[in-house]
Ligand binder design. Structure first.
Ligand code: DGL
Length: 266
């Protein structure tokens, strides 16, 4: 079991930011990544639909022999984590709890901003997790749906991206947050822009990076870690448009992105 890969899934390409954080934190662990490129985006979809898609992907990953599953997608974590955990025969780890805990610990004054897709923000999952970790925290949430297509276009520093970021972040700036959770797979690629717009005194929390630490701890606790000498292999699968996945995905993880197989679910 310890030599088995970790499954990682996302609505599409964005989860590669979480995969990258896992490769860095756990260099001996092999992975199987599934991106649901046929049905992306999950952000505007109903909780029921996101749960159904997420369970189909979990079943596929478990069928590939994974020893644990990382839900890289914030929207899936928000709507489906509990259902996935109840359904799964292997441990399932989401991105919200690790990001929320890190923000609760990092914030000096307890004014914490959260940005994500419309679905993640409407679910209140981050706000609840932050309140659990730090009762009394003041949580300001804002949906930033236009950030996903901007990142996929590679417009990390484009003037249009800056204009949109200023508009979206203004309520958070006015609320004088001291910490901001990047509650969406794509947002880590906008870090320099967001930091510039908010000012260097605001701490940015990357949920994907925090999740990599949580996965390492979960594997150790369950005695599932790969042995130190193991050579890691990384497999990729998508539900559509392999060529675009590879082209855009290279912006996320560079030449670690191999050819992806195309799998149809549902
Ligand atoms: N992966 C999604 C998330 O982290 C963003 C893209 C989408 O809307 O599917 O919430």
């Amino acid at each position: 079991m310890n030599a088995s890969p970790i499954g990682i899934f996302d609505s599409g390409i964005g989860g590669l930011t979480v995969a990258r954080a896992l490769y860095d934190r756990l260099p001996h662990e092999s992975t199987v990544y599934f991106g649901d490129t046929a049905r992306v985006p999950y952000g505007p979809k109903s909780p029921e639909t996101v749960r159904r898609y997420s369970i189909e992907i979990l079943d596929w990953l478990v069928g590939q022999g994974v020893k644990a599953v990382v839900v890289a997608c914030n929207t899936s974590t928000a709507h489906a984590l509990e259902a996935l955990q109840a359904h799964s025969s292997v441990p399932v780890i989401g991105v919200i709890e690790p990001g929320a805990r890190a923000a609760a610990a990092a914030s000096a004054g307890g004014a914490i901003g959260v940005i994500g897709t419309a679905g993640t923000i409407a679910s209140n999952a981050y706000a609840r997790a932050i309140q659990r970790a730090r009762p009394g925290a003041q949580v300001e949430q804002w949906a930033c749906p236009l950030f996903v297509p901007l990142v996929e276009e590679g417009w990390f520093e484009h003037a249009a991206a800056e204009l949109i970021a200023r508009e979206y972040l203004e309520p958070l700036r006015r609320a004088r947050i001291d910490t901001l959770v990047l509650g969406c797979t794509h947002y880590p690629l906008l870090k320099p822009l967001l930091q510039r717009v908010l000012g260097t005194e605001v701490r940015l929390i990357d949920s994907g990076e925090e999740t990599a630490g949580a996965v390492a701890r979960a594997l150790e606790a369950d005695s599932l870690s790969a042995s130190g000498g193991a050579a890691a292999t990384h497999r990729f699968a998508v539900s559509d448009d392999e060529a675009r996945f590879r082209q855009v995905g290279a912006r996320f993880i560079g030449d670690r992105l191999g050819r992806a197989e195309v799998v149809s679910l549902g």
